[in-house]
Ligand binder design. Structure first.
Ligand SMILES: *Cc1c(COP(=O)(O)O)cnc(C)c1O
Length: 228
């Protein structure tokens, strides 16, 4: 097995250990491999190793890579980055799940960008767990209103919440708040039970706090190539 395969296997073992330690079934977790800054060929290699969920955070790179990779049956692309309203069609056309829905205008744009024969788009509401309003994500105080807004849009399906842990706080405490905010969304959309949280540095804490979707990059892919 090559290096990529062994890193993938190691992380999957650690994920399973963290799940069992938390009294959870490892099979209930979705591990998304974040491939940003890496060439499309990495997605092909991951697919060969059985990976079916990959994540990208920059729209242009995402759109380009989706075309380069082409049709791989069962592959799901997760869009996890800040999204511009005027790129809604491009995102909608390529993503299986959008994790970074954080405002009503973006929801409206993604809904309007849907084509008649297109399946409903799964979306997660990104919550800002920091005190800095400049970071991506809706303010927790506005989450319920956003959930109600998105729930009323026919071509979007609210699946849950997503967040990135703040840098200045233990991740477990932040993820516990996210877990409570998942309940806020479920008070509006009862089956919206996905929690997208946990990256290379904090996936074990995220699993302990109830995360269902892990977004792991460098621990699996190795260091990201230089970018400018
Ligand atoms: C890059 C990125 C990740 C993965 O980060 P790693 O630290 O490499 O695991 C997860 N989530 C988001 C939103 C990202 O942009």
């Amino acid at each position: 097995m090559g290096e990529l395969g062994s890193r993938l296997a190691t992380i999957d073992e650690r994920i399973a250990d963290a799940a069992r330690a938390a009294g959870r079934d490892p099979a209930s977790l979705t591990r998304i491999v974040v491939t940003k800054f890496h060439p499309a060929s990495l997605v092909d290699e991951l697919y060969e190793l059985g990976v079916r969920d990959v994540g990208e955070n920059r729209q242009q790179e995402f759109s380009r890579k989706v075309v380069e990779v082409g049709d791989l049956p069962g592959l799901r692309w997760h869009f996890i980055g800040q999204a511009q309203t005027n790129k809604a069609r491009a995102i909608r056309g390529a993503a299986s799940v959008v994790h970074s829905l954080d405002r009503a205008r973006l929801a409206d744009a993604l809904d309007a960008a849907g084509e008649p024969d297109e399946p409903v788009l799964d979306v997660l509401l990104q919550v800002n767990l920091t005190d800095d309003p400049g970071r991506g994500g809706v303010d927790p105080g506005e989450l319920e209103a956003l959930a109600s807004h998105v729930a009323a849009l026919a071509s979007l399906r609210v699946r849950g919440v997503m967040a990135v842990a703040p840098l200045d706080e233990p991740p477990g405490a932040a993820f516990a708040r996210l877990n409570a905010l998942s309940g806020t969304v479920r008070s509006v959309v009862p089956d919206a039970d996905w929690i997208s949280a946990g990256m290379t540095a904090d996936y074990a804490e995220a699993i302990a706090a109830g995360a269902t979707h892990l977004r792991i990059g460098s621990a699996i892919t190795g260091p990201r190539p230089q970018h400018g």
